[in-house]
Design a protein. Structure first.
Length: 485
């Protein structure tokens, strides 16, 4: 018997899977510990005028699909009207079958707007108008959208030089969701473009009230900003790297390399590696000293299309999976920190699926019994953030680690409509466990398996990150539902 598209038991192939999802996973709140939501829009409680603005602006997943479907760039990132852009996306959606975008699109229409009609060229105008009518009501301000999806914590991604003024504004008027910054020092570790690097160091120095002339000055500036972020509730760092850096170097080499680049000279490969290796190690030590969790996203080959990079800039849909070697440097880096007992809680994310088993086994090398799942292999990231990628990640982690201690899903998104991705993950998880029960590979023990599901969906992350302690130090959030007046 054919099942209706996207029905209540979507992705749940067995009765056990359905029970696990509906009785245990579905009601769990959300901790979104890594995303790219703009904090200014949260502080201002932005009200979007139409669904194009909240759905298509900044979403390079959709942009890539539209380009592949032959849509002119004018309707993707260009000067076409919001309706014209939506219409082109609606025409593209039917061509995305078996791409996660097809599921995400219709999940988001259902969960946020109650729209069960399939999006295509014929339904585009009806759906556009219906969504826009709701988006203009107070219930659809960004704060209320977060509350609607039972989000408890959001960790944004922020540069060390950021003033965090919007986080301060949010904290001053709590609304029931913790919005916390994440320390992302990628620009401080990017000396390859000498002009851009020096310009950034000037900006960082101004923010830290430090004149950055030497490598020690850079460390002092970063420490001050690290302290400032901590005072604003930050408890995580994040690094977007092709790979980890762990070369051999001397203090003199690093100091000389920094002086060279600060003087406007381009570094050779060896000195670049030395500077990055030393700086990454120092940043990790700062995280450990503050009790933070450090995250490493590795393996993206970015900005492949030079012409479009010049035209549109980075993060506009021209990145792919890279094939960088990961194991040796990752092992050396973690071991250097562990050898001096300065390894913070750590989450590793790989973009190349060939590294799945590498990551699943690497994390086991540095568990020390102080924290359950101290070193984590993070959820499927970016191009792997789909049913097949999630299943492979869950299976590899189950085979080689403890899936029961996994801190679960995140959105890694720039969209306020992306939270059904947590539901998607939860359905995939419950389906895998349910199939195991039906096949006699796991006992039919709902107390055991239901508890594990709830932990992966919410409680593991709640305990691991310790955001409750941050909340206790902040003003008490208003009770009840938030509603802008």
């Amino acid at each position: 018997m054919k099942k209706p598209f996207l029905n209540d038991d979507f992705l749940l192939q067995t009765e056990t899977a359905q029970q696990l999802y509906h009785e245990f996973a579905k009601q769990m709140p959300i901790i979104d510990y890594h995303c790219h939501l703009p904090p200014d829009q949260i502080a201002e409680d932005r009200q979007f005028e139409n669904i194009t603005q909240i759905w298509l602006y900044g979403d390079h997943y959709k942009w890539r699909a539209m380009r592949t479907n032959g849509v002119n760039e004018r309707y993707v990132t260009g000067d076409a009207s919001d309706w014209e852009k939506f219409e082109k996306w609606a025409e593209t959606v039917p061509q995305t079958v078996r791409n996660p975008l097809y599921h995400w699109t219709h999940l988001e229409l259902q969960r946020y707007f109650g729209i069960t009609e399939v999006l295509n060229k014929d339904s585009a105008r009806r759906i556009y108008d219906a969504c826009n009518e709701k988006l203009r009501t107070p219930e659809y301000s960004v704060k209320n959208l977060l509350l609607k999806m039972q989000v408890k914590v959001v960790c944004t991604t922020d540069d060390p030089a950021d003033s965090l003024e919007y986080h301060q504004a949010i904290a001053a008027q709590p609304f029931g969701v913790q919005i916390l910054p994440t320390f992302r020092p990628d620009k401080a570790m990017s000396p390859e473009n000498v002009t851009a690097y020096n310009s950034y160091l000037d900006k960082l120095g101004t923010a830290a009230d430090v004149t950055i002339a030497t490598y020690d000055d850079l460390l002092e500036a970063l420490r001050r900003r690290h302290d400032f972020f901590h005072a604003q509730g930050c408890r995580l760092s994040d690094h977007g790297l092709e790979r980890l850096y762990a070369s051999d170097y001397s203090a003199e080499q690093v100091a000389n390399a920094f002086a060279q680049v600060r003087g406007g000279q381009k570094l050779n490969q060896e000195d670049t590696e030395a500077l990055k290796s030393e700086l990454l190690l120092e940043l990790a030590r700062m995280d450990h000293a503050r009790g933070w969790t450090q995250q490493f996203h590795v393996g993206a080959l970015r900005n492949n299309n030079a012409r479009m990079l010049r035209q549109l800039g980075p993060d506009t849909g021209w990145d792919s999976i890279g094939d960088f070697p990961q194991g040796r440097a990752l092992s050396t880096f973690l071991d250097r920190l562990d050898s001096s007992d300065q390894l913070a809680k750590t989450i590793l994310y790989n973009l190349n699926p060939a590294d799945n088993e590498l990551m699943a086994t690497m994390i086991g090398n540095f568990q020390d019994g102080t924290v359950a799942g101290k070193v984590q292999w993070g959820s499927s990231w970016w191009f792997l953030d789909q049913k097949d990628g999630m299943e492979k990640q869950i299976n590899a982690l189950s085979n080689m680690g403890l899936i029961s201690k996994f801190v679960g899903m995140l959105t890694d998104s720039r969209s306020f409509l992306s939270y059904p991705r947590h539901e998607y993950f939860r359905r995939v998880l419950c389906n895998l466990l349910g199939n195991d029960v039906e096949n006699g590979e796991l006992p039919d023990d709902m107390e055991l398996l239901g508890g594990i599901v709830e932990n992966i969906c919410y409680y593991n992350a709640k305990q691991y990150f310790g955001f409750d302690a941050v909340a206790q130090a902040a003003p008490t959030a208003a009770s009840g539902e938030y509603m802008k007046v």
